[in-house]
Structures are given as C-alpha cells and as structure tokens.
Design a protein around this ligand. Structure first.
Ligand code: TXE
Length: 459
C-alpha cells in the first residue's frame, strides 16, 4: 500500500488533498521509461526542444492566476508574491532558450594542415531534480529548463510541501510538447527522494537544506554521480557609515521578510555602523511594523503563514535564545495564537552578538537579528564568521568604499544597495555550506553537459 502526501493549507492547516507517493517499484519503472526516452530526446533537433519550452512559457502566462492561487493555497505564499513568481519565471525560461544553442554548439579551438581539434557537448542523460517549496517555479525552472533544452530527461521530485504545484508544472510541460517520459514527476517526501538518488543517474540537481544536501552528496559519491547543490544561507548585510538609513531600511526589511523570510537568499543578519544606527533602527522597525500579516489570498497581505509548521517552535527558540543572551526584542517574537495557521509575528531583535543562534544558524522565517558595529573591519570580520557563502550585501553611497568590503566576502553573489535578488544573466552559486555548482547564466546551462574532445589527424 503506497504512502500518501497530505497536502495541507498552511493558513488554515486544513487538508486540501491526499496524493499517493511513488513506491520503489514505480520509481524503477519511471527511471526505465525516462532512460529509454532520453536517447530520442537528445537527438530531437534543438529548435523542437526550444519550441516546447517557449510554449511552456506561454502556458504559464495564460494560466498565471490559477497557478498563483494554487501556489498560495499550498505553500501560504502571499498571492501578490505568488503572482510575481509565476509572472516572472518566463524571464528565466527565455534566457535559457536564447543562450542554450550557443552553449551546446561544437567548438574548434585548433586546426592546422593535418590536425583538427574540436569539442562537442553531450547531455548528462538522466538527471534527478529534487526541488524545494519556497519558490517552486523559480528553483524548478533554474534546473529543468536548461536540463531539457540540452537534451536530458528529468525525474522531477517536487518538495512534499509543493506537490500540487509540481504536478501542475509537469502537466504544462507535457501539454507544451515535452514527451511524458522525458519529464517525469516523482511524488513523495525525503524517503522517496532518497530512493530515487540511489539509482544510477547522470546527475543529481538538488535545492534544499545543507543537512539534506550533504546526505545527498554522500550517497552520490558512491557512484561518482555528478551532484549540484543549491543550499541554505545566513546572508549578511552591512549598512555603512555613509548609507542613507531610510533607503537601507526599506531595502533590507523587504530583503529579510519577503516570502515570509523563507528565501535562501533572504537577508538573515544585519550589521549597522554606529553613525547611522539609531536612524536605521527607527526606519527599519517602522517598516516591519507596517507589514500586513494575514490571509495569503488577500492581495494586501505581505506576511503569510510559515509553510512548515515545525518551524514555529524553531523561531520561538531562536528569539528566546537571543533574549536570554542579551538581545532586545523590539517587535514580535512569538506565534500568533488567534489563528489556525502557522503564523509568526514579524520579529526584530537588536543588540545581537555572535553568541546568539540568530546570528549564526539559518532562520528561514520572518525574524532578523541586528548588531551595531564601529568600523568596516569589525563588520567584515562578523560578516565572514559563517560556514555559509550564498550572498552578502552592503548599503553605501560610495561604490569604491562598498567594493572594498564586498571584495572580502567569500560568497557566490554580492550586492551594492540591493539584496535578495537573482538574475538569469548572472551565475547563482553557493560556497561552503551554501552548496556547490552553478545555476543560471550560461554556467547554469553548461552544468547539464559533458564535453567530448575530438583529436582528428588526416592520414
Ligand atoms: O529542505 P529539505 P526544506 C533551502 C533553505 C532551507 C531549506 C528549506 O535555505 O534550508 O532549503 O527547504 C527532499 N534524499 N533552500 O526544509 O528538507 C525533500 O523531499 C533525497 C535553498 O524543505 O532539504 C525535498 O524535496 N531527497 C535554495 C527536498 O529534498 C531528500 C532555495 C528539500 O528538502 C532527502 C530554496 C534525502 N535524504 C531552499 N531528504 C537556494 N539556495 O536557492 C529530503 N529530501
């Protein structure tokens, strides 16, 4: 008897639907079907693969409203942000469509009268895409769009917290012309994910937590399967002594609390130079107190419920630990008890130090710790005191001043007067506990290819 996923609405904790999980046997069957279909898909002319993904983009646009509503119902994402995600994922799809053919093309780096040296690019073959729930369209498309364009077949396991959205994505890809056996959804939780990656695969592309990512890397190492990991972060931001405190406060409040703080590249800790500290705190707290907490389907809602109920206690413990060690709780700090949903008050802690969990462990929720600093040297030391390396940002009026600090950061992405930002033109990569490999940009297309070197000598 196969297990089922209970799809629950985080705003009410009411059951939406039960979905049967894949079993060991059904995973085996799907892998066999995908392996067989991939050979033909790789031989399909690029323009046909390209047309299918452009059609997928058009279908997403045409069905934006119902897709966004489903995303909001099943993850608690505020509807305005769900519309934003479904409405802008097309920019990433079109980036990949516009650049994949060039990345796929043969190259001839050397040729003389007798010898020709060329490079061709083969797809990895069968890739497993194990995805996350916080941006299922963004983090999914980062992987399966370039994977499909480069001739791979994809076994796509959506997170158990965004199962219905994952099934919708599969249906739309098939409707757009991607063969059913070339993109196959695998439904289930971590146990199903673990069973999937035990099989021989051409690559494993994972988005999720560091804890799970390291388990997956260990499992993949037995077969030397290529692994790409997009993991968590503890992203710092530094408000420098010449920054405009009001501009920094508005940008960082959004960066810390957008998607109810459940973004891998959310601002997770803030350092503020003493010169602008009080004006920043005043503006930042006023902005946070202005966030509307409510029904995700209400267009005015900015803070919705946490997707995962177990994180309510985690956030409460982070706030308690900080206060116990000397932090000041300026606003929030606990779950909302007058609702059936997983709501947590937007929380701001000041007078924080690195003795507190809130400044060291990933929060991934609507809670932020702020620490005053007296110099760039102190800020850089604190920003670098982490095992993660996803993003780091500064607010300052002076670019050379900002660049000096950003150049010191050991992170995949750095920001000047912005934060929590992803662009298809730029590589998205994590260092240390934030992962390995690259999505987006042309690097994120090459990730799905393997080169073949041709040494041709005229006899
Ligand atoms: O991840 P989990 P969560 C990170 C974010 C946070 C976490 C939140 O920072 O740390 O993800 O997502 C499957 N073998 N990012 O807690 O538990 C599971 O079913 C194989 C970073 O849900 O790691 C789900 O599909 N699979 C990212 C997926 O792994 C397993 C953006 C993720 O689950 C498994 C989004 C196993 N043993 C979130 N155990 C970025 N950097 O962009 C679980 N899974």
């Amino acid at each position: 008897m196969s297990r089922t996923i209970r799809v629950v609405n985080p705003a009410t904790n009411k059951l939406i639907r039960k979905v049967p999980m894949d079993s060991q046997a059904s995973i085996e069957l799907k892998i066999r079907r995908a392996k067989h279909a991939q050979t033909a898909w790789a031989k399909t002319p690029f323009r046909i693969r390209r047309t299918a993904l452009l059609k997928f983009d058009n279908l997403l646009k045409a069905q934006k409203q119902p897709l966004a509503k489903l995303l909001s119902l099943e993850t608690g994402k505020p509807i305005s942000q769900a519309l934003g995600e479904v409405g802008t994922v097309g920019g990433r799809i079109r980036f990949f469509v516009d650049h994949a053919e060039r990345v796929l093309s043969d190259e001839t780096p050397y040729k003389d009268s007798t010898v020709t040296e060329t490079i061709s690019y083969d797809p990895l073959g069968l890739v497993a895409n194990i995805s996350a729930w916080n941006y299922p369209y963004f983090v999914g498309a980062n992987v399966f769009v370039p994977a499909l364009l480069t001739g791979n077949a994809v076994l796509y396991k959506p997170s158990e917290f965004s199962t219905l959205t994952g099934i919708k994505i599969a249906n739309l890809l098939h409707k757009a012309g991607v063969p059913k056996n070339v993109f196959i959804p695998i439904i289930g939780d971590g146990r199903v994910g673990a069973a999937l990656i035990e099989r021989p695969l051409g690559g494993i592309f994972f988005t999720g937590s560091y804890a799970t990512g390291s388990k997956i890397a260990q499992s993949a190492s037995k077969r030397l399967t290529r692994v790409q990991l997009e993991l968590g972060g503890k992203d710092p931001a530094y408000v420098m002594d010449d920054a405009d405190p009001a501009i920094a406060a508005a940008g960082l409040a959004d960066g810390a609390f957008y998607n109810t703080g459940q973004s891998c590249c959310a601002v997770e800790r803030i350092y503020v130079h003493k010169k602008v500290y009080h004006r920043f705190i005043e503006a930042f707290v006023e902005t946070v107190r202005g966030f509307k907490v409510g029904d995700p389907l209400d267009p005015k809602t900015y803070i919705g419920p946490l997707t995962r109920p177990q994180r309510l206690a985690f956030l409460e413990n982070q706030a308690k630990d900080a206060v116990r060690k000397g932090a000041s709780l300026i606003t929030g700090g606990r779950r909302l008890t007058n609702t059936k949903g997983n709501y947590f008050e937007p929380t701001v802690l000041t007078h924080c130090t690195h003795k507190m969990n809130v400044m060291r462990e990933e929060t991934f929720g609507p809670l932020i710790g702020i620490q005053k600093v007296s110099s760039d040297v102190e800020a850089i030391r604190l920003m670098k005191d982490t095992e993660y390396g996803l993003t780091a940002g500064v607010y300052s009026k002076n670019l050379p001043h900002a660049k000096k600090v950003l150049a010191e950061m050991d992170a995949g992405s750095v920001y000047w007067n912005c934060c929590d930002r992803v662009s298809p033109n730029l590589p998205w990569s994590g260092r240390g506990h934030s992962g390995m490999g690259c999505t987006l940009s042309v690097h994120g297309i090459s990730a799905f290819l393997q080169p073949k070197a041709w040494h041709l000598r005229r006899a």
